[in-house]
Design a protein around this ligand. Sequence first.
Ligand SMILES: NC(=O)c1ccc[n+]([C@@H]2O[C@H](COP(=O)([O-])OP(=O)(O)OC[C@H]3O[C@@H](n4cnc5c(N)ncnc54)[C@H](OP(=O)(O)O)[C@@H]3O)[C@@H](O)[C@H]2O)c1
Length: 261
Amino acid sequence: MTAKTILITGAGSGIGRALATEAARHGHRLILVGRRSGPLEQTAQALGGDPLILPADVTTAEGRARIVGAIAKTGLDILINNAGMVPAGQIEAMDDAAIADTLALNIAAPLALTRDLLAPLSASKGQVVNMGSVFGDIGFPFFTLYSASKFALRGMSDALRRELAPRGVAVTYIAPRATRTDAADGFHTLVGPMAMTLDTPQAVAAHAWRAIAARKREQLPASRERLFVILQRLRPGLIDRALIRLARDPAVIAAARETTS
Ligand SMILES: NC(=O)c1ccc[n+]([C@@H]2O[C@H](COP(=O)([O-])OP(=O)(O)OC[C@H]3O[C@@H](n4cnc5c(N)ncnc54)[C@H](OP(=O)(O)O)[C@@H]3O)[C@@H](O)[C@H]2O)c1
């Protein structure tokens, strides 16, 4: 890949920071977006080079307008819609604000930001990368709101890929399994009872990078979760049985009540 201009949302921590590191290692120009400038500056220091730090809230029209203004000067080859939150817990604990905030960040913002940046992306025959999750294929008990948002993001990715292909813009959907980041702190009580294995953000970013560089349509994890996603697509009843068993487990129910995300 020749040197590209790449914008990453949520670049101040976790998977976003690791993706920025990966992209910088390959010699690309970076634009780092997040609400807080402190974490973005820490990412910039870790990268070296001279990334553009752009504090902006992607859920607001003002935040997106700041991004559009900056891109008017730099151009854009790859937009990585990575910023997201991972709510967990029983459905009764999901109040209206949690539902609205999650859908605003995890699906409305990627849709709106992609729309707002379509002109520069079309000019460069660029790429949109959406950070999904295996929970965007496997509706997971006690991650109902999160699964709903990532299913929507996967649907958006498919529709957008087909709509933008005639303009030469690629769309890549990345589906990591659970990853050790700040977002995972909120559901740590479920990790043991649900037998989750957590990847490092660095491993997720390196795996994602291969799909981004190849402009692939999607990237599933290279672990057993890939098989679970394929089973979900082919034999959803099998996944139902396994996950209903999990949802009945008193230890899992107790852990779900203790989540803080
Ligand atoms: N951790 C996992 O288990 C896991 C697994 C699969 C997929 N993912 C996905 O990976 C992506 C990154 O999550 P992560 O795990 O790396 O979590 P994280 O470390 O909490 O990162 C989320 C980032 O998003 C930024 N952000 C939050 N709200 C924002 C807003 N309104 N505007 C701009 N930036 C905003 C945050 O920075 P500020 O607070 O400074 O804005 C933060 O840097 C998410 O889409 C998540 O769904 C995570």
